[in-house]
Design a protein around this ligand. Structure first.
Ligand SMILES: [Fe+2]
Ligand SMILES: [Fe+2]
Length: 162
């Protein structure tokens, strides 16, 4: 087989986005448990991961989904997803402005976690299954490649940042 080995396995768009979600869930759980300086470093990683993930969705995956959309409900999913990203964007500065030693910190971390988890859950149970119906395998693989490339360029080619 003529598969290209470029360091990362080829993934379809949905597998790639789901993997990001898994990473995000772990980071958010970690933030909730974190104390002191670990709150700051974990929050920084979350902010970076969220920025990259939402950007590649908004630039590549969501437009492709909308393009493939057939029903009014598909459009609704598209707009809801964008709004939920927007809410996360509003909540994130709140927690960044909170002192890491403040009593409010874990509460704000919990709200961020619930928000992001709810959104990821909706994508995984509603938008992604619809995308699988609306797009064929080749299209999802092609999108996966585009997402991976965009991710690599946004992270300077590095897989993770510390
Ligand atoms: Fe999203
Ligand atoms: Fe997502």
């Amino acid at each position: 087989m003529a598969t290209q080995k470029t360091g990362s396995r080829a993934q379809d768009a949905i597998a790639l986005l789901k993997q990001d979600h898994k990473t995000m869930r772990e980071l958010l759980a970690k933030l909730e448990e974190a104390e002191g300086r670990e709150r700051e470093t974990t929050l920084k990683t979350i902010e970076h991961e969220l920025k990259v993930h939402t950007k590649i969705e908004e630039d590549i995956f969501y437009p492709a989904f909308r393009e493939a959309a057939e029903k009014e409900d598909d459009n609704k999913l598209y707009f809801e997803a964008l709004e939920e990203h927007h809410v996360v964007d509003m909540v994130l500065p709140e927690i960044k402005d909170t002192d890491i030693d403040a009593d409010e910190f874990p509460a704000k971390a919990k709200v961020l976690k619930d928000l992001v988890e709810h959104h990821a859950e909706e994508e995984e149970t509603e938008m992604f299954p619809r995308a699988k119906k609306l797009m064929d395998r080749a299209q999802l693989m092609e999108l996966g490649q585009q997402l991976a490339d965009a991710k690599a360029s946004l992270t300077g080619g590095a897989k993770t940042r510390r």
